[in-house]
Write a protein that binds this ligand. Structure first.
Ligand code: C2E
Ligand code: CA
Ligand code: CA
Ligand code: CA
Length: 280
């Protein structure tokens, strides 16, 4: 740390050095995990609020690392984005999730849908992304309409012409788009309209504030009304109590997702749940 005072912002402290070192190690392990197939996907039900039937699954990445234990995707996805690893990792997620979807549709429910999180970086960096995905679905004999792509608001706000074109190609083919974490960013209604979003996912920070008689409930209610007027269906994220479910359902919310219905579970457990549900 030299030139103290004159250029404080460039000072490289031991703490920063350590952080940089930790990131390098995490990145090395991330690369290794990808090479060695250490990632798995868990699936969380998305249920129809009226019938409480599981009609979709959201695929969520899991990484069980030997030393660190379970590492959260919220931690390693940003690093994968910065390092370019998100390309191959995102491809793996897409392939894994769609293969699983084909299996469940064949065995349990021909209309079942899968929701996959897509990083804006992944979408921007791969030139042929739309064609690659559509070809892959074709190979699995899956209609594009069986797939929902979850995007965050940043994609809409920063999206360039090319990204828009890719999304449009996917939509024309029948794939559906969901806007994730709605309410946490700055997107205005015009974004929703411009990209012809199919689903809006209300962020769980709104959902977990819902309590009977709370004046703030109007926030969620207004989002639902507005979305419906735009022809967009609404998924509530992070539903943890029956009260929240009841309030949302009464407000006309279409779908729910959260611990109250089911946590993200292994493919085996998800399959068992779906099998049980469909045999009723
Ligand atoms: P997300 O897309 O908003 O996913 C929902 C997160 O909320 C998941 O966390 C899920 O386990 C958690 N969750 C579900 N229900 C509840 C609930 O009732 N209460 C609470 N407190 N949490 C609930 P997870 O699996 O740790 O994933 C975190 C984020 O990492 C995801 O947020 C998503 O942004 C990202 N992510 C996960 N998998 C992928 C992936 O395959 N690709 C990309 N690009 N991002 C992913
Ligand atoms: Ca999501
Ligand atoms: Ca979300
Ligand atoms: Ca549409």
């Amino acid at each position: 740390a030299k030139d103290k005072g004159r250029n404080q912002f460039c000072e490289f402290t031991p703490a920063m050095e350590q952080e940089a070192q930790e990131r390098r190690l995490l990145l090395r392990d991330l690369q290794q995990a990808l090479d060695e197939g250490d990632f798995t996907l868990h699936y969380q039900p998305i249920v129809d609020m009226q019938s409480q039937r599981t009609i979709k699954a959201e695929a969520l990445l899991r990484w069980q690392q030997s030393v660190r234990g379970q590492v959260s995707p919220a931690q390693f996805i940003p690093l994968a984005e910065e390092s370019g690893l998100i390309g191959p990792l995102g491809d793996w997620v897409f392939q894994q999730a769609t293969r699983q979807l084909a299996e469940w549709r064949a065995e349990l429910d021909p209309d079942f849908q899968m929701s996959v999180n897509v990083s804006p970086v992944q979408l921007q960096s791969c030139k042929q992304q739309a064609q690659t995905w559509l070809q892959h679905l074709h190979d699995l004999q899956l209609p594009s309409s069986a797939l929902v792509i979850e995007l965050t608001e940043s994609v809409l706000m920063e999206s360039d012409k090319e990204t828009n074109a890719k999304l449009q190609t996917l939509q024309v083919a029948g794939m559906q788009l969901a806007l994730d974490d709605f309410g946490t960013g700055y997107s205005s209604l015009s974004y929703l309209k411009r990209l012809d979003i199919d689903y809006l996912k209300i962020d769980r920070s709104f959902v977990n504030q819902l309590t009977p008689g709370n004046e703030d409930n109007v926030l969620c209610e207004a989002i639902i009304v507005m979305a419906h007027q735009l022809g967009i269906r609404v998924v509530a994220e992070g539903v943890e109590t029956q009260e929240q479910h009841d309030i949302l359902r009464a407000a006309g919310c279409d779908y729910g997702q959260g611990y109250w219905y089911c946590r993200p579970v292994s493919p085996e457990d998800f399959g068992a749940r779906l099998r049980e549900e469909r045999s009723r």
